[in-house]
Design a protein around this ligand. Structure first.
Ligand SMILES: C[S@@+](CC[C@H](N)C(=O)[O-])C[C@H]1O[C@@H](n2cnc3c(N)ncnc32)[C@H](O)[C@@H]1O
Ligand code: SF4
Ligand code: SF4
Length: 335
């Protein structure tokens, strides 16, 4: 019996990280979203979605849209856009600070069946509030409870910084108690020497935190073998045979509220503007995106046994601190 065409040639998945607004109700200390003015108007949202659909067809990709910001729920067209995305057969998720999610909002979201909602928690109680502002922890936790009550899968994102590492075990406990599916973490990206000094992890802090997260991953293992704690990002879990490859601009693309197209939100490169052409053409005609897609192995990584997959670790963290691309990860502790 011959296989169905879809199984013979399954579509590769592709993610659009779409910052539909740059407005936000919080002012987090580490946030890369410094421009607060832009918000994509309704007509431009529609045209951008059209272009993304054409891109998916042209590349034979199966798309997913991550709606984010700023705070995406502040956009007056948020729910209309989310519905249009699903009506076109594209799955969507929301990346949010969680503070604006009450029972009604959670219920409206549930009716649209998001793949997941990701809420940012950068510690517990005072530790989180020190990064994100007074009362933001309890508001985000209430948001998580409202989502969980609607059976929406909740992920939590933790941005590891010098001052919040200690609160991670307590955060894991709270996530487990509140029905969070996955707690994932990554290093803060800094782009000035002051920010690096204040927030960035040293290599030793990163090494120790990876070990701690690995122990927690085992502690929070479920009977089916999955765990609450995710170790999926660069350099987090190499010793256990898992290795994340950072490939900006190939499996994922970012569009900002002013239409800027970026191979990755965490790298300061703009490939073009979505109002000026088709997404395919914009990515194909930008030399930096092309170079990032190839992701050459840094010379200093040439002898590393992980080099083929790791390809130098997190380009964003290293570029932010050194201004150089395609270098060995600034926090690599494997060699
Ligand atoms: C820009 S926010 C937008 C969505 C929403 N407002 C939120 O806070 O989750 C998306 C994620 O980016 C993270 N982020 C912001 N600035 C960052 C930085 N400099 N380095 C690493 N992650 C950062 C936030 O902590 C958050 O988890
Ligand atoms: S809530 Fe999100 S977008 Fe707003 S300041 Fe914090 S990290 Fe930035
Ligand atoms: S040496 Fe390079 S390739 Fe090897 S783990 Fe470190 S960053 Fe990755």
């Amino acid at each position: 019996m011959s296989e169905a065409p879809e199984r013979q040639n399954p579509r590769r998945s592709h993610i659009l990280q779409w910052h539909i607004t740059h407005r936000c109700n919080l002012f987090c200390a580490h946030c890369y979203q410094r421009d607060r003015a832009e918000e994509m108007p309704a007509q431009m949202l529609r045209e951008t979605l059209d272009k993304y659909c054409r891109f998916l067809e042209a590349r034979h990709f199966c798309g997913r849209v991550y709606l984010t910001g700023g705070e995406p729920l502040l956009h007056p067209e948020f729910f209309t856009l989310a519905r249009e995305i699903t009506e076109r057969g594209i799955a969507f998720s929301v990346l949010t600070n969680g503070t604006l999610i009450d029972r009604l909002t959670a219920n409206r979201l549930a009716l649209l069946h998001p793949l997941f909602v990701q809420v940012s928690l950068d510690g517990v109680w005072e530790a989180h509030d020190a990064v994100r502002g007074e009362f933001s922890f309890i508001q985000a936790l209430n948001g998580i409870d409202a989502l969980a009550a609607e059976r929406i899968p909740v992920m939590v994102s933790f941005t590891a910084q010098k001052n919040n590492l200690k609160s991670f075990p307590a955060l894991a406990r709270i996530c487990a108690e509140h029905g969070v599916r996955k707690l994932w973490w990554d290093r803060v990206v800094t782009d000035t020497p002051e920010m690096t000094k204040q927030l960035a992890l040293t290599t030793e802090q990163f090494r120790q935190f990876c070990r701690k997260a690995s122990r927690l991953q085992k502690r929070y293992q479920r009977p089916d073998g999955s765990s609450l704690i995710s170790l999926e990002r660069s350099l987090q879990c190499m010793e256990e045979g898992k290795c994340y490859t950072c490939h900006p601009g190939s499996g994922m693309v970012t569009i900002l509220a002013d239409g800027s197209v970026m191979p990755c939100r965490r790298l300061p490169f703009i490939a073009g503007n979505i109002t000026e052409g088709e997404l395919d053409e914009i990515l194909a005609s930008d030399p930096t995106t092309q170079e990032l897609q190839c992701s050459p192995i840094p010379a200093a990584c040439a002898d590393c046994r992980y080099a083929e997959r790791c390809r130098g670790g997190a380009k964003c963290v290293t570029y932010g601190q050194t201004g150089r691309l395609f270098e060995k990860d600034i926090n690599c502790f494997y060699q």
